[in-house]
Design a protein around this ligand. Sequence first.
Ligand code: SF4
Length: 306
Amino acid sequence: MTCPLLYRFRVIDKIPEPPTTATARGTLVHAVLERLFDAPAPGRTPQAARDLIAPEWDKLSADAADLAELVPDDAALAQFLQDATAAVDGYFTLEDPRRLEPAERESYVETTLDSGLRLRGYIDRLDLSAAGDIRIVDYKTGKVPREAYEASALFQMKFYALVIWRTRGVIPRVLQLMYLTDGEVLRYSPDEADLRATQRKLEALWAAIEKSRAAGHWRPRPSRLCDWCRHKALCPEFGGTLPPLPGQQAPALATDPAPLATDPAILATDPAIPATDPAILATDPAIPGTAPTDPATKESEVALTA
Ligand code: SF4
């Protein structure tokens, strides 16, 4: 994580982050692509996917008033659905869903490291070849990251690969990030050294989080990412006043997994934040043991708990 204070706002204070049109579009597009594979392969056409957009939105917005409020009138709804359609159409420029059969979709994965650190998250899609090779696929509706942030995006995928390796004994062959709107794919083949390094970084990150928690001090770390921070108004760097920490006398996380065990927001990237925003899941060059060249980001959810 690049900003300890942002971590605090999200995970310790649990300050709600209402959806934005960008997060809502990401949710909708993910739902459409998941539903698309319900159909037999020949029926997975661009038109079939487009036909899913409005009904899926109706379902999502019926269950969440805050989603419905994002598109208050017909014009806003039309623009929103048009943007979602562009992302769905972009998907078809990247692959033909009639030619593949995902092994798993929206797959929940979880493992506990020897240190006791628990890793968990949802993977958009897992593909399995006849030879047993695993491909982890993640859909992104934000922009392709600039080169400097590619490692950021990949770190999240390595996180998933680490969990898969530990739970299934197989190192995924390919990590595939699909930037739907931009029509680009980022692929990487991890090896064991990659995943061991990822584990070390995660454990170092967690150690730093526990240190901050014990000290009760979550320093702000301003960057250009502050432009996307939903808690800027509370941030002292921008004239805000910090709320008191909840439960000052709460036990340390290591002995109290409850506060985070049910909160997948930890380390989760936010679809609201453009994909070029590595605010979350990014390793922090300031954290001992983490590499300054390897921050990370994620549009779906991943979590660390102890
Ligand atoms: S505004 Fe910037 S420095 Fe402040 S909490 Fe958000 S990301 Fe951190």
